[in-house]
Design a protein around this ligand. Structure first.
Ligand code: SF4
Length: 548
């Protein structure tokens, strides 16, 4: 029996841990078992052609791949009506009636996959007693016998899910590793809230697999929903990583910041080199009423304090969710500005999604929610935000992405946040950009042209804003760009400064701007200098320094 474990990843660089684990657990008893990954960008026809000669094809289903996965499954069944299609994963584990009733879907595994998959493979085709398997009987009736079974993670002792990958390829991928399953919190918009018992893999296995990824991978992302639940475990893992760390590697963790133990903060400050760890921190909202309404606990003051203590060492990726119950326009503005003030490396503004199985989906009528019935089930409107307001925040989010997260106008936006409302600025900039350019097809020049014109139309009297924008523009080109926006100092003074400071004009090109006190406060190490010099090598991003 030939069985394929497969999935459609969102991007080529992603890897799927689930199919590797299922393969590792079952390969010895089932010689016909294999695994293969595709991406959602590949054509359903080419994926179906690869899969068509298997007896059973199993797909790992998520919110990002369910639509193309269903297209592939339908096509597969048309090409080979004898083939059996089995689906598993979070996107098919809840409200699965419409999915199992599709004529091209034969089986669904609900919930954690290890026990049902092993039973399925061992018993096929007599699978009616397999726990947590949804299937259709001879009369085409849907049958499901739910059983409360939890896989003992000790069974992963000695198993390395990446042992079948070409080690050389792991450097080019995001390598996922789990040390635990479950989350102690109960946020009602999140599927992890349904599994509150935190269970750990055997520590020796975690360490040996982590060591393997440290040696062969580069970007290592921990899937644990709250990595820092246990103080000692967290410090032990951080120490293990630092002991074996290879230069160039990056380690990403999902952290609940307000419970980061002071010992962990101390450990990081004393031991972790800058740029090696990245923390993803879901803040979601600063509005405590909205937090409580979705059963979410968070102390934003503590969260902010921890971020401030660590953000010179750790790259911070902060998330907010737009659309939570009780969060109105002004609340979202307040949350956004409070979080922006922390200057995270990345601020992701997500929109509430009504994931199958989540309590917020079950209760959506209570708050007047309307959401897209298709994945990713994104909010359309609610009692707290109109459809128009949500569209406006989408434009803000696009501007945030271009100007802050892509680091095109970091100094400009820090200044905006100090002097104006950065929420209003990005909103209006998003509206402006959308009316004249295309957020999905634009050049780097468009980015600055839009920002400059927007500033001239709305903040004409603010020379500091124009100066910071001009410098951000100059800092975002590897090769010295055409002089645009505010002018450089005059040519003779520039030549004099280059000569006096022995700047190597054979190897580098320079832009020199006069820097006032406001400008100095947004650039490091310029306090004593009158001029800011941007130095271009032509190959790397430029650097800057001050001269007098
Ligand atoms: S949002 Fe984060 S903290 Fe809340 S349940 Fe989900 S994983 Fe846990």
């Amino acid at each position: 029996m030939k069985v394929l474990l497969t999935t459609l990843n969102a991007k080529y660089i992603h890897l799927n841990l689930a199919i590797r684990l299922l393969y590792s657990l079952n390969k010895d008893r089932h010689q016909g078992l294999s695994f293969k990954e595709f991406t959602i960008k590949e054509s359903p026809e080419s994926i179906a052609q690869f899969c068509k000669d298997f007896d059973i094809v199993t797909f790992s289903c998520y919110i990002w791949n369910i639509t193309p996965t269903m297209a592939v499954a339908k096509l597969l069944k048309e090409i080979n009506p004898e083939i059996k299609i089995l689906l598993g994963g979070p996107e098919v584990s809840y409200e699965y009636d419409d999915i199992i009733n599709k004529p091209f879907v034969d089986y669904i595994i609900v919930g954690e996959g290890e026990i049902p998959m092993e039973n399925f493979l061992n018993n096929y085709p007599e699978v009616s007693n397999v726990p947590n398997l949804v299937h259709k009987n001879a009369n085409n009736e849907v049958v499901f016998i739910p059983q409360s079974v939890t896989f003992d993670l000790k069974n992963y002792a000695g198993i390395n899910p990446y042992q079948f990958d070409d080690p050389a390829e792991l450097k080019n991928k995001v390598c996922y590793i789990e040390t635990s399953r479950g989350c102690p919190y109960k946020c009602e918009f999140c599927l992890a809230s349904l599994d509150n018992k935190v269970r750990y893999l055997p520590i020796e296995t975690i360490k040996s697999n982590l060591l393997y990824l440290i040696n062969h991978g580069r970007v290592i992302k921990f899937l644990d929903r709250t990595f820092n639940v246990k103080r000692d475990f967290t410090i032990d893992m951080f120490s293990f990583i630092l002991e074996h760390h290879k230069p160039g590697n990056i380690y990403q963790f999902e952290i609940t910041a307000d419970i980061v133990h002071p010992d962990i903060v101390k450990y990081i400050r004393e031991n972790v080199p800058p740029g090696v760890f990245r923390f993803e921190i879901g803040i979601q909202t600063v509005n405590q009423k909205a937090n409580l309404e979705v059963s979410r606990k968070q102390n934003f003051d503590k969260t902010a304090a921890v971020i401030k203590q660590l953000d010179d060492i750790i790259e911070m990726h902060l998330d907010l969710i737009v659309g939570l119950p009780l969060d109105e326009w002004e609340d979202i503005k307040f949350s956004f500005e409070s979080v922006f003030a922390l200057h995270p490396s990345e601020l992701q503004l997500g929109f509430l999604k009504f994931l199958r199985g989540t309590p917020v989906r079950d209760k959506h009528e209570k708050y007047g929610y309307e959401f897209d019935p298709n994945p990713p089930y994104q909010i359309i409107k609610s009692n707290f935000l109109s459809a128009y307001q949500l569209e406006q925040i989408v434009l803000l989010e696009e501007a945030l992405e271009v100007y802050w997260n892509k680091k095109r106008a970091v100094h400009t936006l820090k200044y905006v946040a100090d002097k104006y409302s950065v929420f209003d600025f990005l909103h209006q900039l998003g509206v402006y950009f959308n009316s004249k350019y295309d957020f999905h097809h634009h050049t780097l020049f468009d980015v600055y042209d839009a920002l400059n014109n927007f500033i001239l139309e709305n903040y004409q009297e603010d020379v500091n804003l124009q100066l910071l924008m001009t410098i951000d523009y100059q800092l975002n080109y590897k090769v010295k760009p055409q002089q645009r926006y505010l002018p450089e100092i005059d040519k003779s003074l520039k030549s004099e400064l280059i000569l006096n400071h022995k700047l190597d004009h054979h190897q580098y090109r320079f832009v020199i701007m006069e820097c006032n006190d406001v400008c100095k406060s947004y650039f490091k190490n310029l306090e004593e200098n009158k001029y800011l010099v941007v130095q271009y090598s032509g190959t790397d991003k430029p650097n800057y320094f001050g001269v007098n």
